[in-house]
Design a binder for this molecule. Structure first.
Ligand SMILES: Nc1ncnc2c1ncn2[C@@H]1O[C@H](COP(=O)(O)OP(=O)(O)OP(=O)(O)O)[C@@H](O)[C@H]1O
Length: 293
């Protein structure tokens, strides 16, 4: 076993950095080769992972949130071998929740050293991998607005302002969803494509999703009055929104195509991107080996 720890120093408002001494303390006196590398910029974790695997490390541990995990997974997939380890250091940590990785760093390190693994699916949108959930609609707009507001306000204020600004100004998005040769033509509050259950730091948007079943769970929340959004929103934290059958559709597919007819953003494992083309979702032909509990 050779373990590389990839630290995103800004993840979790710098929480990841405080995990470095814990790693050093735990690895002291263990007969295991390890190295710690800190990223210097976004996407660094991809190249660090590739470097690590080519240098003989077989477990690449992401110390950060879902953005960092996504980058390490991207590196592992491109090299074609290697196991993903996770130490929760982000604000989100949705994959860690799915895989039952302990919150405490020292327990997560013990788990890595035990070496129990699971093979999971990887979602792909136009060739770009994601592990948790991809979504389009009010949620990706909230994430985008929070990023903008963070330039002026910090912490919870940014999140609250981002949420309120979006809910009151949001215009439902017109989509064409092609699935199993049927076209679903809809104005939606959001559509979520779940490789696993959670996004946004524990919201159970695709509550029945199974991370190794070779399928996506799709949740479409259709156009609804604004006051209803305020009622429905809290239910997503417990995955109870599926009971609002008048507005919520839920199904399971292997692939789908989405054409977005309005200006919108794509949220992919917590990062947002403007949408400028048709989106083709499929399960990657490669799977990912990941340390689990
Ligand atoms: N050294 C760095 N400086 C700035 N950004 C970085 C650095 N290393 C990684 N990043 C970027 O930080 C972003 C957030 O990382 P991650 O999701 O792991 O943490 P997080 O605390 O959960 O973040 P957030 O809640 O803001 O999404 C990723 O997009 C990643 O590319």
């Amino acid at each position: 076993m050779k373990v590389l720890f990839v630290i995103n120093p800004i993840a979790g408002r710098h929480r990841s950095q405080s995990i470095i001494p814990i790693i050093k303390e735990k690895m002291k006196n263990k007969d295991i080769e390890y190295k710690i590398i800190t990223t210097k910029a976004p996407k660094d974790a991809v190249s660090i992972t590739k470097y690590g695997l080519k240098s003989g490390f077989n477990i690449i541990t992401a110390v950060g949130g879902d953005g960092t995990i996504n980058e390490v997974a991207t590196g592992i997939l491109s090299v074609g071998h290697g196991t993903l380890g996770i130490i929760q250091g982000g604000t989100g940590n949705d994959l860690a929740k799915t895989l039952n990785i302990p919150k405490e760093p020292h327990k997560a390190i013990d788990l890595i050293l035990k070496g129990k693994t699971k093979v999971i699916d990887i979602g792909s949108v136009n060739g770009r991998p994601f592990l948790n959930v991809a979504s389009i609609g009010v949620d990706s707009q909230i994430a985008q607005n929070i990023e903008n507001i963070k330039k002026y306000f910090r912490g919870k204020t940014a999140y609250t302002l981002g949420f309120l600004k979006t809910i009151f100004s949001y215009k439902h998005k017109k989509l064409k969803v092609k699935v199993n040769n049927n076209i679903i033509d809809r104005k939606v509050l959001l559509i979520a494509i779940g490789n696993s259950k959670y996004y946004g730091g524990g919201m159970e948007i695709c509550p029945d999703s199974i991370i190794d079943d070779g399928n996506f769970d799709i949740c479409i929340v259709n156009e609804m009055p604004k006051y209803k959004v305020v009622t429905l929103f809290p239910s997503v934290f417990k995955g109870e929104h599926l009971k609002y059958k008048k507005y919520v559709e839920y199904f399971r597919v292997k692939s789908l195509e989405i054409e977005v007819l309005d200006k919108a953003y794509l949220n992919l494992d917590g990062e947002t991107y403007p949408i400028s083309e048709k989106l083709l979702f499929s399960i990657y032909n490669k799977k990912l080996n990941v340390i689990c509990n």
